[in-house]
Design a protein around this ligand. Structure first.
Ligand SMILES: *Cc1c(COP(=O)(O)O)cnc(C)c1O
Length: 472
């Protein structure tokens, strides 16, 4: 009999629960049918004074918590971007939780630091980043990008702003009009200020126009500003647009500006040689981020951040008080590579995932997701009531119902979206493209199959028919 019998029984029960969940996730409504406060009001206001057993807690989990869950692992989840998980990732997460390791420094768990170095080198090879980069795992792309902007800020000021503040220096950061809001957040938090984020216009495919970028940089130099960082998008959140990274990188090199690439979602597709071969300019980047927690089967959180010159990061972030001195050198301790001191043992998840599937297995899954994206695009194109609002990028499709006579087309499309999401079978989100309400479809779920794509389209097409028949 195990010494901790209750733990052992509950652990097995949860393992069985998860096995069952993964098998039957599509039987749940993707979106919970609850109103604000519905979950909260079922829970006691005061914490329990006395011990409660796992059985009670698990019963309440099933009765109260589960009905309020949005099922991100549901194969009908096509909203935002996926945050896909997988069995090996869950197993590693369990071990991490049990070890409760805090990997801030090498000595606080040598294996955590060293495994992180190894799996980041693996990822680097898988996505085709040059050997000169070094990687570190962050919690999110938002934080990775913030770290890039902070390192760029320090480099552009010869590492003086951390110490002295800005004085009268005005730094400028550049990205496309389509770039993610995390860049503006980083510019705010870093003290550079939103007004010093230059949003460069885009072409018809929503990719940054390099001529406009260079013009803005030259104008800023003339005006006495310090061009500090350009953030290029490898897959915007709206439509998956890819900026001309090579042209942007060259401009950055010419003007000595930090070049950061935000590949949060689409970066996972770089593990496919056929996609990687279409992308030029990665070698020109100073830093690069993509999220295995979006589309590489590694449960949230896990953001892969690579820098060419890790010294720029450690010079920006290293601040080691006496009580944390270890004598091992600053490079070895990942807490010197970013904002937080404490760090989770996230590399274990990547190690399990990459070993379980192998690179070939991961490639096959990503390739299939892109094929399903192509299939969905074809279904949209085959129904003449609809149009694409942006070129398909990988498995991101932005489309809408069109009707030249409908003056409230945006509202009609919103009604269609709401009807689809009320079906409980699928969850889609939207974006705005050139002032048009676009329904946005992404298929990167671990368990998504071809039949789910056909089913999603059936729901969208029949919801549309019904809405039109009812005069909206
Ligand atoms: C999702 C996304 C982000 C933000 O990712 P987090 O990890 O949630 O911070 C940033 N940029 C792009 C392009 C994204 O798609």
């Amino acid at each position: 009999m195990p010494r901790n019998k209750n733990f052992n029984i509950a652990a097995h029960e949860i393992a069985n629960w998860l096995t069952d969940y993964f098998e039957h996730v599509e039987d749940y409504p993707v979106l919970p049918q609850v109103s604000p406060g519905d979950i909260e009001k079922q829970l006691p206001i005061v914490p329990p004074e006395k011990t409660e057993d796992y059985k009670q807690i698990l019963d309440d989990f099933n009765q109260i918590i589960m009905p309020g869950i949005t099922h991100w692992q549901h194969p009908g989840f096509h909203a935002y971007f996926p945050a896909n998980t997988s069995e090996p990732s869950v197993l590693a997460e369990m071990l991490m939780a049990g070890l409760g390791v805090q990997g801030m420094k090498w000595i606080t768990s040598p294996a955590a630091t060293e495994l992180e170095k190894v799996v980041m080198r693996w990822l680097q090879q898988m996505i085709g980043l040059p050997d000169s980069f070094k990687g570190v795992i962050m919690d999110t792309a938002s934080v990775s990008t913030l770290c890039a902007v902070l390192a760029a800020r320090e480099k552009a000021s010869s590492y003086t702003i951390n110490e002295d503040g800005f004085g009268d220096r005005v730094l400028r950061v550049y990205c496309s009009e389509q770039a993610h809001s995390s860049i503006e957040k980083a510019v705010r938090i870093s003290g550079i200020g939103s007004t010093n984020l230059v949003k460069v216009p885009v072409d018809n495919d929503f990719a940054l126009l390099p001529d406009k970028l260079e013009k803005a940089i030259i104008q800023d130099i003339k005006s006495g500003y310090i061009p500090t960082c350009v953030v290029g998008a490898l897959g915007t959140t709206g439509s998956g647009a890819i900026d001309p990274l090579k042209a942007v990188g060259k401009i950055c090199h010419k003007h000595n500006i930090w070049f950061h690439i935000d590949a949060a979602y689409s970066g996972s597709a770089l593990i496919l040689p056929e996609f990687r071969n279409t992308i030029e300019g990665l070698d020109l980047a100073d830093s690069f981020v993509f999220n295995p927690h979006k589309w590489l089967f590694t449960n949230f959180d896990n953001s892969a951040f690579f820098v060419r010159n890790s010294n720029a990061l450690t010079r920006t972030f290293s601040l080691v008080p006496e009580y944390l001195q270890t004598g091992h050198g600053e490079e070895l301790d990942f807490s010197n590579w970013g904002i937080q001191l404490g760090r989770r043992f996230r590399s274990l998840k990547l190690w399990f995932v990459i070993r379980h599937y192998g690179v070939e297995g991961l490639q096959a899954m990503i390739r299939e997701h892109i094929r399903l994206g192509e299939l969905f695009e074809q279904l949209v194109l085959d129904d003449r009531r609809f149009e694409l609002l942006a070129p398909r990028s990988l498995n991101i499709i932005c489309f809408r119902f069109k009707d030249d006579l409908d003056e409230k087309l945006n509202a009609t499309n919103k009604t269609i979206l709401d009807a689809c999401n009320a079906s409980e079978k699928i969850f889609l989100s939207h974006t705005e493209i050139d002032g048009k309400f676009a329904i946005r479809f992404v298929c990167g779920q671990t368990k998504v199959e071809e039949r789910h794509i056909h089913k999603a389209w059936e729901i969208i097409a029949s919801a549309t028919t019904e809405i039109i028949q009812n005069g909206h």
